[in-house]
Design a binder for this molecule. Structure first.
Ligand code: SAM
Ligand code: SF4
Length: 463
């Protein structure tokens, strides 16, 4: 636990000098260089309350996001393979003591059916999610699931990047996971506050705070280059959690020269028979949530920030403006539920938590395009070996866009040709043309050729 220094965070939260609006203004100015911030500076920004300074903060976060990631929003969908769990997290419907939950582990055939459904929606990235179950959801099961998912190809349409969110693994199992060809390994600490952690995780393997905290170290030591951290907001004071999350990011960067590839910011949602979810001990209001997203963007500009469908559509739109770079779309949070009707889902008790955004992938794509965000289905970096320090170098120097723009345009065109509704095509056509026009010089030539190849029926065009 040596790198999560609770004392230091508490001191920062009580440091009155960090309430100074002149100082906060100066830090916002500095953050516009997109070089990141120290923990002290991040704490000062979290203290902002004046509406004018908040506006400046949001505006700068948007600029920094655009400098590094442009107007792109990467899309993905989660795939729950089991809701069996030996842990007892007080906020999750999958908790062991929730005897009323219908338990289900997908067979390989069922996994294949779910993936076929997602592929035919146009998804190219999946986040595999599982409860923790050493017997039924062990590394062999996860491995078979991953191999099956990657094996599915429907006329050139397939899942091209598979990220994984499972319980922390041993070094040996992480090596197996790496060899299976995953994209990012994600695991959220949930809360970095030791006492709260112990209260929320009364038993099961997850009750070991350090085992979870050092999961990313083991993953990186096993050769998995891209790791994603996160905190479940609502369990403790949001400023504490944000600073601890940043401490974790800084520590990984210092030790391995690779910060987290992504930071996730799930906020507690109501969940079936989960006392802490239904009455969050430190519920985070929308304004504070928006502020913490902006602060994370400015503190670690190179990191992807993931927003899930836990949040409502209107708030999601606002958060795109302050630094989100990856979003889930068309999600379901129970095993085997993609092909079920929405109303049937509510009747059966299988879900991990309730969702705030129920729109389909197509509706979300249309919405993004109409707001001026480029939906990206690109998976090129990981398949061109631009992971870990190679990705970070490009992101930190603001050069990632040169590669991402053409790839995003080509994959978006592929989506429009293959899967978009007429309405979405209509909305996106002009937007796409404008985006292509913005590309200049040799890159423009490249883009035109890539788009032409997609239009001629070639799939998976990237560089
Ligand atoms: N079981 C593994 C674990 O806990 O690490 C894998 C993933 S778990 C199914 C996915 C994440 O869902 C958890 O890490 C937690 O942050 C989040 N989660 C659990 N209950 C939630 C709730 N009520 N609202 C929002 N997110 C929740
Ligand atoms: Fe199990 Fe993960 Fe839910 Fe905890 S959060 S009960 S470990 S599925």
């Amino acid at each position: 636990m040596e790198f999560i220094n609770e004392e230091k965070i508490k001191n920062l939260l009580h440091d009155d000098s960090l309430l100074d609006t002149y100082l906060q203004k100066e830090i916002i100015k500095k953050s516009s260089e997109a070089k990141g911030l120290s923990l002290e500076e991040s704490a000062a920004l979290l203290n902002i309350t004046s509406p004018e300074l908040l506006d400046e903060l949001y505006h700068t976060a948007k600029e920094v996001k655009e400098k590094i990631y442009g107007n792109r929003l990467v899309l993905f969908a989660p795939l729950y393979v089991t809701n069996l769990c030996v842990n007892n997290c007080l906020y999750c419907a999958f908790r062991r003591d929730n005897k009323d939950l219908q338990r289900k582990t997908l067979s390989l055939k069922e996994i294949e059916e779910e993936v076929r459904y997602l592929v035919l929606q146009g998804q190219k990235r999946i986040l595999l999610v599982a409860g923790e179950h050493p017997k039924k959801a062990n590394i062999e099961f996860i491995g078979e699931a991953i191999n099956r998912i990657y094996s599915i190809n429907i006329d050139g349409n397939n899942i091209r990047r598979l990220n994984v969110n499972t319980a922390p693994l041993s070094l040996e199992d992480f090596k197996v996971l790496k060899d299976l060809g995953i994209g990012t390994y994600q695991c959220f600490q949930e809360t970095y506050r030791f006492d709260t952690y112990n209260q929320m995780h009364p038993d099961g393997p997850k009750s070991d705070y350090s085992w979870r905290l050092y999961a990313m170290d083991r993953a990186l030591q096993a050769g998995i280059d891209d790791v994603g951290i996160g905190a479940l907001f609502g369990l403790t004071y949001y400023k504490f959690e944000t600073l601890a999350l940043l401490m974790h990011a800084f520590d990984l960067d210092q030790k391995y020269g690779i910060g987290p590839h992504t930071i996730s910011i799930p906020r507690l949602e109501p969940a079936f028979n989960a006392p802490a979810a239904n009455q969050p001990p430190f519920a985070v209001d929308d304004e504070s949530f928006k502020k913490l997203v902006a602060v994370i963007r400015l503190s670690v500009p190179y990191t992807g920030i993931i927003l899930s469908t836990r949040e409502r559509a209107e708030l999601r739109r606002e958060l795109f403006e302050v630094g989100i770079s990856q979003i889930s779309a068309g999600s379901r949070t129970s095993p085997g539920s993609y092909q079920e009707l929405e109303e049937d889902l509510d009747k059966r008790d299988l879900q991990q938590f309730q969702l705030g955004d129920h729109r389909s992938l197509d509706e979300i794509v249309k919405d993004c395009a109409s707001l001026g965000y480029m939906p990206s289905f690109c998976t090129a970096c990981y398949r061109s070996n631009r992971t870990g320090d190679r990705f970070m170098e490009l992101a930190k120097t603001g050069n990632i866009g040169k590669i991402c723009v053409p790839n995003a345009l080509a994959t978006f065109k592929e989506y429009l040709n293959d899967f978009a509704s007429e309405e979405t095509k209509e909305t996106a056509r002009e937007f796409l043309d404008e985006e292509i026009k913005k590309v200049e010089g040799a890159t423009r030539n490249k883009v035109d050729k890539m788009i032409d190849r997609v239009d001629k029926g070639e799939r998976d065009v990237f560089f």
